[in-house]
Design a protein around this ligand. Sequence first.
Ligand code: 1HE
Length: 263
Amino acid sequence: MADRIAIVLPPSLAAEQQGNVAILRLNRPQKRNALDDDTIVGIEKFFSTPPEGAGCILLAGEGEHFSAGLDLSELEERDIAQGIAHSSLWHRAFEKIQFGKVPVVAVLHGAVVGGGLELAAAAHVRVAERSAYYALPEGSRGIYVGGGGSVRLPRLIGVARMMDMMLTGRTYSAEEGQAMGLTTYLVEAGKGFAKGLELAQRIAANAPLTNFAVMQALPRIAESDPASGYAMEALMAAIAQAAPEAKARLREFLEKRGPKVTR
Ligand code: 1HE
């Protein structure tokens, strides 16, 4: 059973909750889920204060496409200062996804392009249906990525691939994306939401401190020099294992009540 969520969002976003998973849908299919300012502000708000009890957030798109990226109709009148403010708004909003309170699983289908790909790149796990395709059409529009793409995408796919996508307009299929690190799970048409929900429920069942460590400590450790990384890892490991939840889970396993790791 899905519960509606009290937070006030623009009509381009729809939120609900299924148990310990909160679901946010891009809900502007008539414009292919193009991301206008109201939507980005709504995303920032939702991920800043996820619904109580949510241990994971599932992000999906209504209609035939995940997202056509930036709403190009809002670009025409912007000057340089407004352009910087606009990009900074996207940075703040997507930072709340990547370094927010709980992990985020994105379900992708159809176009995952431009700012839509930047949005997907901020999620922790990406489930892509075979219809999904990735592109950065900014080059052909005479603009540049502005939603953190230059920071996140090279870390996922490499600078050279991102350069090629932007310079030549090359698109990648969901399947190709799997080899590159964009698609974490590849699923058949219509199966993305169910797979995403299954993964989100599994993530939400983890100890919150472990999810915190994976979201907040792991990417920072990966960016730091090895000596700082080892020190931070040792601290994080010690903090996580000292939590009562960890003790209880370890005891469960040792008393033959906990789950075994299976293939
Ligand atoms: C839009 C947008 C949009 C559709 N902004 N209105 N993104 C792009 O360059 C991608 C532009 N969009 C497309 O290439 C296609 O729309 C799609 C491949 C995604 C889908 O094609 P299709 O045939 O299903 O739909 P459509 O007929 O092209 O579009 C339906 C409507 O959505 C139409 O409006 P209508 O009023 O005529 O019905 C389109 O104008 C509208 N629409 N995409 C505004 N993007 C932080 S910086 C990030 C920089 C970027 O993201 S650049 C990439 C922008």
